[in-house]
Design a protein around this ligand. Structure first.
Ligand code: SAH
Length: 247
């Protein structure tokens, strides 16, 4: 019978033990991080949203509820509730929480509203809208982003978000008119199809301009006429065509 050779077994055991401890630490730290997200979200809403003048309770409740950390890339998890936009796939970005809140509030949404979003991206803005309104239609030009967002909507139970892959410049005429339209990528002029797909009494918020010089423009349709005003300087990714050219 072979004798028990401690000097042979010990190093293997030590390596195994080390792996086991590392795994335990990893598990506990991710559980700790997960449990701190609601707290981070509450702080985000207080210090970034309410402190800057957002008062619509529906918007505040939506931002308190939507798990923003699910919409960011794993490498940015610890920054999910920071006061900034973050990179997502395809060189795009998830907007800063305050900008999401500002654009949502200015639309003055009601539960019965039908909303169109151009630029699904991570899906975060669509989820915020879906907490407030009956139905949200969202269009994304990159297939990979649209598919990822759709999977997340399913996972989180957002069955009032309808998404499609395509060029949002043209809007989504089959479901028009919309009570509100929100555009989260920037063209150099306001797309005519979007103006046409806005319902009577409807509102649209859209960043318009060149790379570094953009203004959020608010449009309102009253008795068939469109009134517009600039409300905030911003910086969004450009609205692009199917061939990658900028609008
Ligand atoms: N609302 C998003 C922000 C995404 S950034 C969020 O909450 O994460 C803007 C998005 O617009 C990008 O994903 C970009 O791919 C998309 N986009 C750009 N041009 C587009 C177009 N013509 N039609 C639809 N989506 C477009």
């Amino acid at each position: 019978m072979e004798s028990f050779k401690l000097h042979k077994v010990l190093p293997k055991f030590l390596i195994f033990f080390q792996c086991f401890i590392s795994l335990l630490i990893l598990c506990f730290s991710s559980i700790a991080q997960e449990s701190s997200f609601p707290e981070l979200r509450t702080r985000m809403v207080k210090t970034q949203i309410q402190s800057r003048g957002i008062t619509d309770q529906k918007v505040i409740d939506a931002l308190l509820k939507v798990p923003r950390h699910k919409f960011v890339l794993p490498e940015y998890l610890s920054m999910a509730y920071n006061d900034s936009p973050l990179p997502i796939d395809e060189g795009q970005t998830i907007s800063q929480p305050y900008v999401v809140a500002f654009m949502t509030e200015i639309l003055q949404l009601k539960l019965t509203d039908k909303v169109l979003e151009i630029g699904t991206g991570s899906g975060y803005q669509a989820a915020v809208l879906a907490e407030i309104c009956d139905s949200v239609f969202t269009i994304e030009i990159f297939e990979s982003l649209a598919k990822k967002a759709q999977n997340l909507f399913n996972e989180l139970g957002y069955n009032n978000i309808y998404s499609k892959i395509g060029d949002g410049y043209k809007g989504w005429s089959e479901h028009a008119p919309y009570n509100a339209i929100i555009v989260t990528c920037s063209p150099r002029h306001i797309p005519r199809p979007l103006k046409e797909q806005l319902a009577e009494g409807g509102r649209m918020i859209i960043p318009v301009g060149r790379n570094l010089l953009q203004e959020l423009v608010l449009l309102e349709k009253k008795r068939g006429k469109i009134k517009q005003e600039s409300v905030l300087p911003v910086r969004f990714v450009p609205m692009i065509k199917e061939d990658g050219e900028k609008y």
